[in-house]
Design a protein around this ligand. Structure first.
Ligand SMILES: Cc1ncc(COP(=O)(O)O)c(C=O)c1O
Length: 408
């Protein structure tokens, strides 16, 4: 099978090929500022938006939140969704309202932005190694009794305890126990010693452990994903059991994501899953396959799209759009073009997307709009000031991306 034939087959299986594409003859073109400022923008067709525009289908988003919450609860697990994906206080509020135990953040600046916007019960899954970040984390803890942060080395634990003492508080921490080699303390005697130290330090309170397996989330095929994820966590489970036997806190045993949400309940002691991408879905996740053996991961609905405009149609079999790397970040896997399975979308150039095709549903004019599915949702959201919440193709709400650019 050729590459373009297999892409067409895959896109057709995602349901993207069958999507309805309506392209207005003339589009008014509201700027982002106008969209936020003007009351009348609420209710306009999404096709009227100036582009590139980040849109989320609210029916799909809400159904993903409800579905995830219900499926985890049915297996006795909680949801602690990761805000690294959406960076939005409004979406975090929906997740908490649906029953999430709390919200995760990667960076202290994300936590600051979300707490300032009213999101409480934040667990920072990355460590804070520098004195200034430790001070900022303590300032967050001073504002929120529910703020928890990760620690993965003894020096950092001592520094956190000293800073907590200086701030006049007791800080809540979880030890980050590695799965793979990205982050965290290796699962073994060192991790147990760290938990013991945290429990002894006067100004820290141990709340449990994190174990996120980034390597397993995107493995293709449910059986492979399950076998690998469970094997990867065996040593972490031994750490969990030792902490428990020693009477140390195991109140939290958290990790996992969209790819392993339906596997984590098989891990003894696991309490909650840090799901992120399930809200939106993207080309990376769509390709991992479902538990029934199908090629498309369809447990959650595809809700996030980037709208783009055709800038050039003068060359046969090619279109140029206004959505390149600065609108989509990654070029591999390729962005999907909704309704056009025969199109290959190259976002390799900064400002421009280049589409090549041998067949298309219609002849595209300059100014026509196309709807794209992002290669990977998290970094794309970080490029936009706002997300347009769309229902039945009309703008219902405009959400600021609260923690946009908060990468420190
Ligand atoms: C620590 C941590 N937890 C959870 C997630 C969410 O994963 P996903 O988007 O696959 O659901 C991530 C994503 O990278 C992560 O780094």
């Amino acid at each position: 099978m050729t590459d373009s034939a297999s892409r067409r087959t895959f896109i057709a299986a995602t349901g993207m090929a069958a999507a309805h594409v309506w392209v207005p003859g003339t589009a008014r073109g509201y700027s982002a500022a106008e969209m936020r400022a003007m009351e009348e923008t609420i209710g306009v067709s999404k096709w009227e938006l100036d582009t590139p525009a980040l849109c989320v289908d609210l029916d799909a988003l809400e159904s993903n939140i409800t579905t995830m919450q219900a499926r985890l609860a049915a297996k006795g697990l909680g949801a602690r969704p990761h805000a690294k994906t959406h960076k939005s206080a409004d979406i975090a509020r929906k997740q908490l309202a649906a029953g999430a135990l709390g919200i995760c953040t990667s960076k202290v600046s994300e936590a600051e932005a979300l707490l300032a916007a009213g999101i409480d019960r934040i667990c920072m899954t990355t460590t804070n190694p520098s004195p200034s970040k430790i001070r900022r984390a303590m300032a967050l803890r001073a504002k929120s009794a529910h703020f928890i942060q990760a620690v993965d080395e003894e020096k950092n634990a001592r520094d956190l305890s000293d800073a907590a003492k200086a701030a006049g508080l007791t800080a809540d921490v979880v030890i980050d126990v590695a799965v793979g080699t990205r982050s965290g303390i290796p699962a073994g005697a060192g991790a147990i010693a760290l938990a013991e130290l945290v429990s002894r330090l006067p100004n820290l309170r141990l709340r449990g452990m994190l174990s996120y397996d980034g390597g397993a989330q995107h493995l293709t095929g449910f059986a492979t994903r399950r076998t690998t994820a469970l094997a990867n966590l065996e040593a972490n489970v031994r750490v969990y059991e030792t902490l428990k036997a020693k009477g140390l806190s195991t109140e939290i045993f958290s990790g996992g994501g969209t790819g392993t949400y339906n596997i984590q309940h098989e891990v003894p002691g696991f309490t909650d899953v840090q799901v992120g991408s399930y809200l939106f879905m993207d080309m990376q996740y769509l390709a991992i396959g479902n538990a029934a053996g199908g090629p498309v991961y369809d447990d959650f609905a595809r809700s996030l799209t980037v709208l783009a405009t055709v800038l050039n149609n003068r060359f046969p079999g090619r279109l140029t759009t206004d959505a390149g790397a600065k609108a989509l970040t990654l070029n591999v896997p390729r962005a999907g073009v909704v309704g056009e399975p025969g199109m290959d979308y190259n976002a390799g150039s900064d400002e421009f997307g280049v589409i090549t095709f041998s067949e298309a549903r219609k002849a595209y004019a300059i100014g026509d709009k196309l709807e794209l599915v992002a290669p990977h949702c998290d970094p794309v959201v970080n490029l936009y000031d706002q997300i347009y919440g769309i229902r039945k193709d009309r703008v219902e709400v405009v959400w600021p991306v609260t923690a946009r650019g908060k990468s420190q």
